[in-house]
Ligand binder design. Sequence first.
Ligand SMILES: Cc1ncc(C[n+]2csc(CCOP(=O)(O)OP(=O)(O)O)c2C)c(N)n1
Length: 337
Amino acid sequence: MASKSGRAVAELEVEKGENGRELMVGLYQMLVKCRMCDEKARILFRQGKYAGNFYSGVGQEAAEVGAAYSLREDDWIAPSHRDWTSNIIKGAPLKLCFAQLFGKATSPDRGKSTPAHMGYPPIHTITPASSIAGQLAVGTGVAFGLKRLGRDTVVVSFFGDGATSLGGFHEALNFAGVHRLPIIYVCQNNLWAESVPLRLQTALTNLSDRAKAYGFPGVSVDGNDVMAVYDVATKAIARARSGEGPTFIECKTYRWYGHSEIDPAKYRTKEEVESWKKRDPLVLFEKVLRDKKLLTDELKDKIAKTVTQEINEAVEFAEQSPYPDASELKDHIWAQE
Ligand SMILES: Cc1ncc(C[n+]2csc(CCOP(=O)(O)OP(=O)(O)O)c2C)c(N)n1
């Protein structure tokens, strides 16, 4: 069962019961929270409230939430540029997440990284490497360290289909396979690496087939079905925790918007986008919950209201926070000791 610390939404009164009722409502709450925060981040960027760029993960929430929801507090996430919301899943206060977007002195890195490149050591998330596939080496290194320390903690490494075409991906997975590291590689295959379609990146149909080459299991799953991803991920996490080594999970999903907020995504057809929007992971899961009588209009409204209030407070905090002083420019870049 997921850790609840720092998760304001998950603290809502949810009726406990058999058959994972609490878990399912918790997953739904987290999907809603990630969706609403991501949409708000997009709006704030378009309003010119912060500089840089934002890489929306709207449409991919089920892959991210399903893969990371059951992590323990002492487990790690090595996110990519599109996974700003993975900090939210891991329990980061929203105030810090929005302060990060705004580049304020109250953000985890005191305004030093780009808006969506957030890592926050107290909750064990790692700042994404800007070089695609670079984050796989970092996450793999952390998994190596955890194994050497004899910990039973694991790392979830997030990346896109484009990352699997780069050398760094292959080096990281090979190393992890050799050393049986406690890491779960979660590829969010959204069919596009910026403007490059999957068919020009690989001749494979299932990216999970790549795992065979490194000596560990690979599995492809419907990345818009949060329970399907959760099921596969919890098994992979248990496997890693018990010393059996890595798993590669390919989540087949889709990003609704451009590669970033400055990309109109004219390389995709309207039909393609619309067909994936019809498989909105939130709508799909809402139907499951309603069929099981776990979600009512009242609970849905309550969740939305709670998240809205939390977001409003976080944005106000970020807006009112000061920018870092120029004298801090060189601080916290290198370890002092
Ligand atoms: C080595 C490298 N090449 C190119 C870029 C520019 N770039 C940033 S994100 C991106 C696309 C990555 O695609 P994918 O790995 O599928 O992730 P997605 O954006 O779809 O989530 C590119 C080409 C980069 N940051 N690093």
